[in-house]
Design a protein around this ligand. Structure first.
Ligand code: UGA
Length: 436
């Protein structure tokens, strides 16, 4: 069977990963992007963000000549399937900004109306339910050969390639049975052993994506609520509790790590968009709102610990280890460290930070208001309190003496629970969800 040719519009983390893996699998691939700086980098096999293995995949595909990058949308005419992967960021009021999707779709309508051969447009960008059936699909109604389907993605940053190669499920939302046939054939040729494909209507596919992320967010805010209760019960430890409840197959062990709350470019924005969307339909969103409140407030739990240590004083220096939204990424979007630093600065405290990858991205937010440190020991030097916000591997082996040797006084807060608290009894050590 002849392999379909693929175009991908929007080369952010989802689009570029999809383009690279697709080309590596031998599909002729065209990546389309309006940002010329991004394009310039991508053409050299470079990515503008860190994602393990991505640049290797890009370089290999460029060498084999089966990937091309352009800003010309008309290039989609040379392909059979177009994935739309442009961003849908949050507006200030929490609602979703669909302007990039809408503008791409109106251009696609103009370009595809002349196409004689069949073409499938795949909405992979996360869009709120009914966007495709009410706004996107009707625009293609008169174009006979074009099918529009919704195909949400479940990729995690830093594990995106692995997730793309091993999905737990493929969801294809269609307006009419058969609309997703070409996409199904594509996936059957993409995977040696094709994962389960679930066909749904357009809006259910959109809602699956939101429900997935909302459930993950709920698990995290749930365990953080338990952690916050544990904090006031002598010796109670949320880590042990999470381990125990995670053994119950009805609960499962994943996404039960208590900490400073969830960040990143997806979970917080999708939760807010779902809450805003639900206001249109009877406002039945009390669980979702609580999940958001717990998450927004979680950095305050760290401030409470600093206060309890008696060092929440004007002029004191606080060190933060890890400022990316999670480990193995340089992404700081909606990172909980941002909220924490804002509170500390507002209270006239001095802040020093260390992160193996994300310092430059953090600099774009805080400029010269805080100190950026290239080594862990520089990061904690002469500070009054050291907070571990991200579980980077290089923090796992820290010992009491590392803090004692470098800090003014060894006050340590393990906000992501990566250290074994029993080994830190000789210093002032606290952790989220650890009662004292
Ligand atoms: C998330 C979902 O996991 C993906 O399935 C989804 O495709 C993606 O959003 C998206 O919508 O594009 P991602 O944002 O890359 O992926 O990161 P996660 O690994 O889910 O972590 C999100 C946040 O939750 C991080 O801040 C992480 O530290 C936090 N988290 C995660 C916890 O606090 N506790 C946990 O147990 C797990």
């Amino acid at each position: 069977m002849k392999k379909p040719k693929i175009s991908i519009i929007g080369l952010g983390f989802v689009g570029l990963t999809l383009a690279a893996v697709n080309a590596k699998k031998g599909f002729d691939t065209i990546g389309i992007e309006t940002n010329s700086k991004k394009l310039e980098k991508n053409r050299k096999g470079l990515s503008d963000f860190y994602e393990p293995k991505l640049e290797r995949f890009l370089k290999e595909s460029i060498k084999k000549n089966n990937i091309k990058f352009t800003n010309n949308l008309r290039e989609i005419l040379k392909t059979d399937i177009t994935f739309v992967t442009v961003g849908t960021p949050p507006l200030n009021n929490g609602k979703i900004d669909l302007s990039s999707v809408e503008s791409v779709i109106s251009s696609l309508v103009q370009i595809l109306k002349t196409k004689k051969e069949k073409h499938t447009v795949v909405i992979k960008s996360t869009v709120t339910p009914t966007t495709t059936s009410q706004i996107i699909h009707p625009q293609f109604n008169k174009i006979k050969n074009v099918k529009v389907v919704v195909n949400p993605e479940f990729l995690r940053e830093s594990l995106a390639i692995e997730d793309l190669l091993n999905p737990h499920l493929i969801v294809i939302g269609e307006n009419k049975t058969g609309d997703g046939l070409e996409l199904k054939k594509y996936y059957q040729s993409f995977y040696k052993k094709c994962p389960e494909i679930l066909f749904t209507d357009l809006s259910s596919a959109e809602m699956i994506k939101y429900s997935n992320n909302a459930f993950l967010s709920t698990k995290i805010s749930f365990i953080n609520s338990i952690a916050n209760i544990c904090q006031n019960i002598p010796n109670a430890d949320v880590k042990t509790i999470a381990y125990a409840i995670g053994k119950d197959p009805r609960i499962g062990s994943l996404f039960l790590n208590a900490g400073p709350g969830f960040g990143g470019s997806c979970l917080p924005k999708d939760l807010s968009a779902l809450i805003e969307f639900s206001k249109k339909t009877h406002n039945l969103n009390s669980i979702l709102k609580s999940v958001k409140i717990v998450n927004d407030d979680q950095p305050k739990r760290i401030i409470e610990i600093i206060k309890k240590m008696g060092i929440f004083n004007k002029g004191n220096t606080i060190s933060i280890l890890g400022i990316a939204f999670k480990k193995n990424t340089d992404d700081v979007r909606d990172s909980k460290a941002i909220s924490l630093v804002k509170i500390l600065l507002k209270n006239n405290m001095k802040v020093k930070i260390h992160d193996p990858m994300a310092l430059d991205n953090f600099k774009e937010i805080f400029h010269d208001k805080i100190k950026y440190c290239k080594t862990v020991s520089e990061g904690m030097l002469n500070s009054h309190c050291c907070i571990i916000m991200v579980g980077w591997d290089e923090y796992k082996n820290l010992k009491s003496k590392d803090f004692q040797k470098n800090m003014k006084k060894a006050n340590v807060i393990d906000a992501t629970r990566i250290l074994d608290h029993k080994k830190f009894k000789n210093i002032s050590f606290s952790a989220i969800g650890l009662g004292d």
